[in-house]
Design a protein around this ligand. Structure first.
Ligand SMILES: Cc1cc2nc3c(=O)[nH]c(=O)nc-3n(C[C@H](O)[C@H](O)[C@H](O)COP(=O)(O)OP(=O)(O)OC[C@H]3O[C@@H](n4cnc5c(N)ncnc54)[C@H](O)[C@@H]3O)c2cc1C
Length: 257
């Protein structure tokens, strides 16, 4: 177990708000995990250094729901918007280390900020340097580094999870996004949150059958449903009105002069 007091120069670091969940890595896995924890009311902060490998994709043609494919950078932007809509804070930062304390986990950034959290999701593809001093985390070296987890993303350390490619999931955006979502739901279960399915259903779907509305479910009437659909059409029309402004990122070795 890494003692927080052994972190480099802890007194010089700045304590940020204490969210319930800190997600390290804002690629598809991390942002998907954040959407699920934030939607269910856990205060969630995503720390991301801005280099999702999906930014290198030329055109994403195997992500469910996009029959003609989608620009991968567009998808990441939309996922970030969805996390923000769910109430999640997103911070550009590089995480330098994670420590364990009696009161939970503490995440240190390379600029000296620190975040205490009950739950940390590591979703940094093959970057593991910030986890190397945490006793109980199994690092698997197969040429690239991965984190050893159980089938739901739990590591050997209470409160610390790994998601997406880092958790040895196959190297496709949809698989990593799905695993991120699963890890988010696992945290809700481990936190004993009253959770059902995070469903939005037509009015009366449960209650007209004499059932209480299950926790985490919402029934909406036709007017509300139509409003939400109209808003989603407006948002998607606007977001997809123009090609994405960013250039495709290539492999770092090809970018060198
Ligand atoms: C050229 C190319 C094309 C591809 N095309 C496809 C395709 O067509 N279809 C498909 O399904 N998949 C494709 N992929 C694969 C897909 O992009 C990955 O499988 C997916 O992005 C993995 O998701 P992830 O969230 O696990 O990792 P990433 O999306 O890489 O996210 C990891 C995040 O962690 C952040 N991070 C790392 N270290 C730190 C740190 N210390 N502190 C804070 N943040 C940190 C990074 O900035 C990054 O944003 C392609 C990949 C490449 C390279």
């Amino acid at each position: 177990m890494t003692d927080d007091t052994q972190q480099p120069d802890p007194d010089a670091s700045t304590a940020r708000d204490a969210p319930d969940v800190v997600v390290v890595g804002g690629g598809v896995a991390g942002l998907s995990a954040a959407v699920f924890t934030a939607r269910h009311g856990l205060e969630t902060t995503v720390l991301d250094s801005g280099e999702s490998i999906l930014r290198r994709n030329a055109h994403l043609e195997n992500f469910p729901g996009f029959p003609a494919g989608v620009n991968g950078r567009h998808l990441l932007d939309l996922l970030g918007e969805q996390a923000a809509e769910a109430g999640c804070e997103q911070v550009t930062a590089t995480v330098a280390s994670v420590g364990t304390t009696d009161g939970g986990l503490v995440v240190h950034t390379d600029t000296g900020d620190r975040y205490r959290a009950a739950y940390v999701v590591a979703a940094t593809k093959n970057a593991v340097g910030y986890l190397e001093d945490v006793d109980g985390v199994g690092i698997i070296d197969r040429g690239k580094a991965f984190v050893d987890t159980d089938e739901r993303g739990r590591t050997g350390v209470d409160g610390l999870y790994a998601a997406g490619r880092l958790a040895e999931k196959p190297h496709q955006a949809a698989v990593c996004a799905g695993h991120g979502a699963e890890v988010g739901v696992t945290i809700l279960e481990d936190d004993d949150r009253p959770f059902y399915h995070d469903w939005v259903t037509p009015e009366g779907y449960f209650t007209d059958r004499g059932r209480d509305l299950p926790p985490g479910c919402e029934e909406v009437d036709e007017a509300e449903r139509a409003d939400r659909e109209a808003r989603s059409l407006d948002v998607m029309r606007e977001r997809f009105a123009e090609p994405h402004p960013d250039d495709q990122v290539t492999h770092p070795s090809l970018g060198e002069d």
